[in-house]
Design a protein around this ligand. Structure first.
Ligand code: SAM
Ligand code: SF4
Length: 334
């Protein structure tokens, strides 16, 4: 008997990697100014350059039609985008896993609505449990608000909430174990992220602040036994478990352990630039296309299919050289 051909659409790049995950940035703005992400006086985009909520939806729908199964909303801070909930409700109707990365500041008021609108997973950034230091690292953030946000997310029924922590030498590297303890107590997962050189920030030296995943792991192992697992949550995190806890510990190591070989993702900036790689500038302007051919899904989908040929094999991050990437993380969609 002849096998039925698989007609499920798929986005495959030149290296045979299947792209089934999109990170969609819904704003470049943020209520925080984290030292590694933004400079103190950021210039944000004028409104005309930013995709409308309808355009963001059109892009998400095109990716979904091409076999993408997971979309993560990010930014900037996605929850400061005006009317973001109406977009989330529209996306919640698509046949995808919808997740969101947030600094947590708006969760006290929005967690329930996000859950009801169809967000299934939340990542919440948390780099310090010391209020003063939290304020120093985020320049504007209030720790208590984020802790309330985490509690609101738990109460709303989100499962497997993951904390994201960027560890910087001499800023918060003495808090690695406290952050792990907090995740254990709260029943959360936690991923430690190596800082990436995106954008030039004059008042912050990335080379001096760099703390490798191996250093973070060694600090945790002074207290806990880490058992390697093959679990993946669709992202670049390598996960470990502790024998006496349900919390997972992940490491996202763009410098020390290159994860490009099984990269399954692309990003769309809030200007509608389809970025094929976090660490390269290869991109396609989807906004131009959307505005020239409003509502034409066929043209949009073809542009996305064609863009797969531009996805580079790997990124090259060098800490001591001038960054090749001048976009800030809030523009990239972290
Ligand atoms: N505002 C949201 C938040 O902070 O979670 C979402 C956007 S933020 C750009 C996404 C993630 O990127 C955060 O966990 C943040 O810590 C991380 N991030 C920002 N700049 C970074 C950099 N230069 N290197 C590594 N991670 C970075
Ligand atoms: Fe805002 Fe997130 Fe960047 Fe911090 S990491 S400045 S919270 S976008």
């Amino acid at each position: 008997m002849q096998a039925t051909p698989d007609t499920t659409p798929a986005l495959i790049d030149r290296f045979g990697r299947r792209v089934d995950y999109v990170r969609l940035s819904v704003t470049d703005r943020c209520d925080f100014r984290c030292v590694y992400c933004m400079s103190e006086n950021m210039q944000f985009l004028p409104r005309a350059q930013v995709l409308t909520l309808e355009e963001l939806y059109q892009i998400a729908a095109a990716f979904t039609a091409l076999g993408v199964k997971r979309i993560r909303l990010t930014g900037g801070e996605p929850l400061v985008r005006k009317n973001v909930l109406s977009l989330v409700r529209m996306l919640g109707e698509l046949d995808i896993e919808l997740s969101l990365t947030t600094n947590g500041s708006q969760l006290p008021v929005m967690a329930n609505d996000l859950k009801a609108a169809g967000v299934s997973r939340l990542n919440i950034s948390l780099d310090s449990l010391d209020a003063e230091r939290f304020h120093d690292l985020t320049r504007t953030g209030k720790l208590v608000q984020v802790l309330h946000g985490i509690e609101a997310a738990k109460q709303a029924g989100f499962e497997r909430i993951k904390l994201n922590a960027v560890i910087l030498k001499n800023r918060n590297d003495d808090e690695i174990l406290s952050l792990v303890d907090f995740a254990r107590e709260q029943g959360l997962d936690i991923s430690f992220i190596e800082e990436m050189p995106l954008g030039v920030i004059s008042e912050h030296s990335r080379a001096e602040a760099y703390c490798s995943s191996d250093e973070v792991k060694a600090a945790i192992e002074q207290q806990y036994t880490l058992q390697s697992t093959v679990e993946r949550t669709g992202g670049p995190s390598k996960y470990y478990r502790m024998p006496d806890s349900n919390s997972r510990i992940g490491f996202i190591s763009p410098h020390s352990h290159n994860f490009c070989g099984d990269c399954n993702r692309v990003r769309v900036t809030v200007e509608g630039r389809l970025l094929l790689c976090l660490g390269n500038e290869h991109s396609v302007d989807l906004r131009d296309l959307l505005r020239q051919h409003p509502g034409d899904q066929a043209i949009l989908q073809q542009a996305i299919i064609d863009a797969m040929d531009l996805k580079p094999e790997r990124h090259h991050f060098e800490l001591d050289e001038d960054p090749q990437i001048i976009r800030f993380m809030n523009m990239t969609g972290g």
